[in-house]
Design a protein around this ligand. Sequence first.
Ligand SMILES: *Cc1c(COP(=O)(O)O)cnc(C)c1O
Length: 437
Amino acid sequence: MSGKRRTDRIRAGSDVLHERATRVLAGGVNSPVRAFKAVGGSPVFVERMAGAYVYDVDGNEYVDLVGSWGPAIVGHAHPEVVAAVTVAAARGLSFGACHAAEADLAEMVVGALPSVDVVRFVNSGTEASMSAIRLARGVTGRSRVLKFIGCYHGHVDGLLVAAGSGAATFGAPDSAGVPDSYAQETLLAPYNDLAAAERIMDEYGRGVAAILVEPVAGNMGYVEPVAGFLDGLRSLCDRHGSLLVFDEVMTGFRVAWGGYQNICGVRPDITCLGKVVGGGMPVAAYGGPRALMEQVSPLGPVYQAGTLSGNPLGMAAGVATLRLCAVEGFYGALQEKASVLTAGLQHAATASGFSVQTGSIGGMLGMAFTDRPVHDFMDAEACDHDLYAKFFRQMLDRGVWLPPSGYEAMFVSSAHDDRAIDRVVSAAHASFTDLSA
Ligand SMILES: *Cc1c(COP(=O)(O)O)cnc(C)c1O
């Protein structure tokens, strides 16, 4: 029994669907990374996901380390979440009017985040960061935003600016269709480089409405903040009268109850949430102190609205998910799973002579193919992304669902038991062994 052949997945059904999809969907997908461009091959079509597992249309099973890019923190199709959404669905899919579950979820968010008194629900992380910036601009009367190279805040025009060398201060758009004038409102510093942020703020601070940051970066691989970075940004904002926005769309309720701000102790002015807070439904949020949030319409002059915002299915999924996360010991257990997994991956790589950097906080983890620590986007770019692509395909054939790009973080859920984690680690051993041959 030759290990590789025996475990190769057959994906004929996926290929047929991919054909169909490419004829009628832009690039065959509704979000670019799903197209597998970074890892080669054609995308795998999913029939269903349950617990820690993905099942494709050809009947193959995979251990999931993507978690729908973060939301699936209690595993896919958790019976309590499904039940809550089912009950809500029977009462109407969308009200466009006030209902109790909006306050239920808002109370949970406000209770979990000391920096947030008042919250507004929206439908995507993109919308949350877009609205947070509008609010920061509205209250400061300033237009510029400082962001960090490699941080992703959704496909907001002025935030699709990240490329170029670490020295670039002003952004050039990353995407066609973004006017230079928008990109000019975005200032850039390398992640974890407080000195660079200080220099920029010293020069432009008077015009900066907000410093926007992922408190743990998860969109250039997995990059932890170095000691003093987030505190330093807090002081910079205080000194220059700018608002500090933590984009916790990925880290919120993922790395800890509330978010990373509850670990690092730094209080942002505005927090963006998404992913876990909606439990798999299109829900996101932004929030902050009452006086600030009262600047949002209908109380204040900063306009923001949404037909489907706070819709009953999303609120139900969020409440049911957060209830499961609120159980004593939930995040400790998740951290334990992530640690066992990263140690296993690390060991599998080392055993075959590969160098990787691993790390995890709560249910968020990363593995970078490099022998040096990754602190910023330049470090992330220097990783061996070709090797990641090969590893991805090997792992896919062995039944592990990794993110289809080396610039993504990985996630575990409470549904990942020892068996699931063992399967990932054995697949990693076999894959690294093959790659070293
Ligand atoms: C996913 C993500 C977003 C965008 O959220 P969408 O719901 O995809 O629009 C924004 N910020 C961060 C940090 C994210 O991880």
